[in-house]
Design a binder for this molecule. Structure first.
Ligand SMILES: Cc1ncc(COP(=O)(O)O)c(C=O)c1O
Length: 307
């Protein structure tokens, strides 16, 4: 009887583990798959010490990674910009796909972060041949995505401007995000969706996590690619759509006055998608409702992932 009782107890314990396991968020860290809350890196990791690393966020729609190759290409460029070598990007691709396949939600985001790794002592400068001894830290996980922007995408959002306080290489998707943190917190405090950075030359560069577009005299304007902005994957797709639709696009920056006087303004981003802006710094944009060009681009963009 004791044997049967012990056996039943063990069976129940295993079942409990199995059920917990299937609900747990799993992650990949340096070659191992483990539960997210069990993942650990050294306090000397250069990501923790210096923000010395790059990241990507990929949207998963209906279980499919959207524009994954484009994100991997940008990740490679960021790593090149940071002089982090020896990362096998095909391995990151394989791991990403397998975590998404195992994810308990079909609507998700895949987060990838790569740092220069964990040396044995803290020093600003890194060893040039450092990766021969220490490998970069590679961390990847997929997590359920709750889309909280549905009504904002339909009705439009409000934004605020904020001084550009970031470094001079915003084209690198670095994990050093303090300027973006300031801006996002400013948006939160002011109960608006996004904060856009205003350069010392008066140009609106981009948002804390989005690229910015304005429609002026029927022409679409957005900052050209340069170290002042992140080359957004959504930005590229929207420009591609605009070109196909024969809409006039000018890749020039807009001043804050131009933005406030634009007939339409919208934002683009991986989780933001195409988001109409109806108010900036308390001033109504256009008629204070999503404009026709924004709507046209938004519906064409939505078709790309809802086919
Ligand atoms: C500063 C910044 N600009 C623009 C974007 C939009 O880029 P993407 O369309 O690739 O998501 C992001 C995305 O997180 C960002 O952080």
């Amino acid at each position: 009887v004791t044997h049967i009782w012990n056996g039943a107890q063990m069976f129940l314990q295993w079942m409990k583990r199995l059920i917990t396991f299937s609900y747990m968020t799993m992650c990949y860290l340096n070659g191992k798959i483990l539960p997210l809350d069990e993942a650990r890196v050294s306090v000397l990791d250069r990501g923790f010490m210096f923000g010395d690393g790059a990241y990507e966020v990929v949207r998963v729609y209906s279980g499919n990674l959207f524009l994954f190759q484009e994100h991997l290409n940008r990740l490679e460029k960021s790593l090149e910009g940071l002089d982090i070598k020896t990362v096998d990007i095909r391995e990151v691709e394989r791991v990403g796909k397998s975590l998404v396949a195992e994810c308990n939600s079909k609507e998700a985001t895949l987060y990838i972060q790569i740092t220069r790794g964990s040396p044995t002592k803290r020093s600003h400068a890194y060893e040039e041949n450092y990766e021969a001894k220490e490998k970069p830290t590679i961390f990847v996980y997929a997590m359920k995505f709750n889309d909280s922007n549905l009504s904002l995408r339909k009705n439009g959002c409000m934004i605020r401007s904020f001084p550009e306080v970031r470094w001079g290489r915003c084209d690198i998707k670095s994990i050093n995000l303090l300027g973006n943190v300031f801006a996002a917190q400013f948006a939160k405090r002011n109960a608006v969706y996004e904060t856009v950075f205003l350069g010392q030359d008066g140009l609106v560069t981009e948002g804390s996590h989005t690229n910015v577009f304005a429609v002026l005299n029927g022409r679409i304007r957005t900052m050209p690619k340069s170290p002042r902005i992140l080359p957004g994957i959504t930005r590229d797709k929207v420009l591609e759509i605009a070109e196909k639709k024969k809409l006039v696009v000018e890749e020039w920056g807009v001043t804050l006055d131009e933005l406030l006087g634009a007939s339409e303004v919208f934002l683009t981003g991986t989780s933001t998608e195409v988001m109409p802006v109806i108010q900036c710094d308390g001033k109504k944009i256009g008629r204070g409702e999503p404009g026709p060009i924004t709507r046209e681009l938004q519906s064409a963009y939505n078709k790309l992932f809802s086919l």
